[in-house]
Design a protein around this ligand. Structure first.
Ligand SMILES: [Zn+2]
Length: 486
């Protein structure tokens, strides 16, 4: 593989591609320093909630630079300035400091405790798991002490803590945790304050730990709830009447943009029926008839968006009339693509191909990729690839949605190769989870190029690394790759 340009290196750091690691490995440390430091101090991950903070991956590169002290200094320096429980940058720095602390760095360990103490509040005990991971029971007792201090000042943390404690109990054993807390409470007024609040919560019959356990036991021992126990839900007729009564012709709708129309509609209605809808056939037919006779796009959207039709309850059938929804204003166009993707019909397929060949001037223009999922035919692969190449994706979210649909197609139609679309998306996806799925699909078809296996050894996604290791360890496949020297 050729050395990366600076832009390519920045891009690889952002996406979490293995080529970033190879670049760090093969370049003098001062060449990579500026961009790599930026990636350490600023979280670049696309979706930290799903992908995590990738700090093991980043730390691996720090080790490769041989400049552990340099990066350590910069990380510790950056922590106070980014201190904010809602900041991804902060948490990435925190977990990087943890990598040092795990390896015995006393100052980093102190910083982790300091930051935890500073940031903990009634809704957040972020970092608590790190202290337990580092120090076990003493770390746990520290968390409880800080919680107790807040409780003494009027805070209310037992709810957050109870879930955290449950994890510790699973890790160290219930008795060990219980005895340690009891011993500490005897000599530490703050841990005692925490225990008192917890006892009170338990006796109020709130969701304290013991109560959660009890409820779980009850649920497991009981027969399924009878019809009468079901939560009361709005009668379907009432809900439909509400939506039909709305004229959707006021200023807020007229002035809404594609960016806020969803919010406007959500505020106007309690869109959801409430409870978990289990509709009778008759109720489904009532809604169906309403959908078929309705012309107003917002009303149609509200009816479709309600959550009634979902994985469990599908629209009963396809009707050609539904195709017109696709050409309606957003958000009906978007919801319609999602809804029609459940059906297989030649007219839907043709509509999808038409969408893929034009550049729709609407925000959710990946609709074509979604729409074709149910009605796809193997000869459409080429049209899909052409659409991927020609369209401009206005932002990462659009690209990610379209790419998601490509993966879904590949999963649904294993007999189709999808080599080009998948490889195209491999290069471009901002999301490491998608990258793992791409390689999985390519692997099922034995289509993973040698260079991709070589690269994925160093990917930020551990499941992808695992898949790669597994592949590389089976001697019949690419055995020479095992000898690649770092
Ligand atoms: Zn993804």
């Amino acid at each position: 593989m050729n050395p990366l340009t600076r832009e390519e290196f920045q891009d690889a750091l952002k996406k979490g591609l293995g080529r970033a690691v190879r670049h760090v490995r093969s370049s003098p440390s001062e060449v990579v320093r500026e961009d790599f430091l930026d990636a350490c101090v600023h979280c670049k991950a696309y979706d930290t909630q799903c992908e995590g903070f990738r700090t093991d991956w980043l730390f691996g590169m720090i080790e490769l630079t041989g400049e552990l002290d340099y990066y350590r200094g910069k990380i510790l320096e950056a922590i106070p300035a980014s201190r904010d429980a809602d900041s991804y940058d902060f948490w990435q720095l925190y977990y990087l400091a943890k990598e040092y602390a795990i390896r015995g760095d006393a100052e980093c360990r102190t910083v982790l405790y300091r930051e935890f103490d500073l940031l903990v509040d009634d809704n957040n005990i972020g970092g608590a798991d790190t202290l337990v991971e580092l120090d076990g029971i003493p770390g746990l007792l520290h968390v409880l002490e800080i919680a107790g201090r807040r409780i003494q000042n009027g805070g209310d943390l037992w709810w957050e803590i109870s879930y955290f404690l449950k994890e510790s109990e699973e890790k160290f054993g219930k008795d060990t945790v219980h005895n340690a807390i009891e011993a500490e409470a005897a000599k530490n007024e703050f841990v005692r304050a925490y225990c008192e609040q917890k006892d009170q919560a338990d006796s109020r019959n709130d969701f304290g730990i013991s109560v959660v356990d009890e409820r779980m036991a009850n649920v497991l021992s009981q027969a399924p709830p009878s019809e009468e126990d079901e939560p009361t839900k709005r009668p379907v007729k009432e809900w439909i009447a509400d939506i039909l009564a709305d004229d959707f012709d006021d200023e807020r709708i007229h002035n809404a943009t594609e960016d806020n129309i969803l919010e406007v509609l959500r505020f106007r209605h309690s869109l959801f029926l409430g409870g978990s809808p289990s509709l009778s056939d008759e109720e489904i037919e009532t809604i169906w008839a309403t959908l078929m006779s309705e012309e107003n796009p917002y009303r149609l959207f509200c009816l479709l968006y309600s959550g009634i039709f979902s994985r469990r309850i599908r629209l009963p059938r396809f009707d050609p009339k539904m195709l017109a929804w696709i050409d309606s204003p957003y958000p009906l166009s978007w919801k319609a693509a999602q809804t029609l993707a459940d059906f297989s019909d030649e007219s839907i397929r043709l509509k999808a191909l038409e969408l893929l060949q034009t550049i729709p001037a609407k925000r959710n223009w990946h609709d074509g990729f979604e729409l074709i999922c149910g009605s796809f035919r193997s000869e459409d692969e080429e049209a899909i690839f052409a659409a991927l190449q020609t369209h401009h994706f206005p932002h990462e979210g659009c690209l990610h949605s379209a790419g998601h649909d490509i993966i879904k197609l590949a999963e649904t139609y294993p007999e189709v190769m999808f080599r080009e679309p998948l490889l195209w998306y491999y290069e471009r996806t901002p999301c490491s989870l998608c990258r793992h799925n791409i390689v999985k699909e390519l692997d099922k078809r034995q289509l993973v190029p040698k260079e991709i296996w070589e690269e994925c050894v160093d990917d930020c996604d551990d499941r992808l690394r695992e898949l790669t290791e597994k592949h590389l360890s089976s001697p019949e496949l690419f055995s020479p790759l095992r000898n690649i020297t770092p």
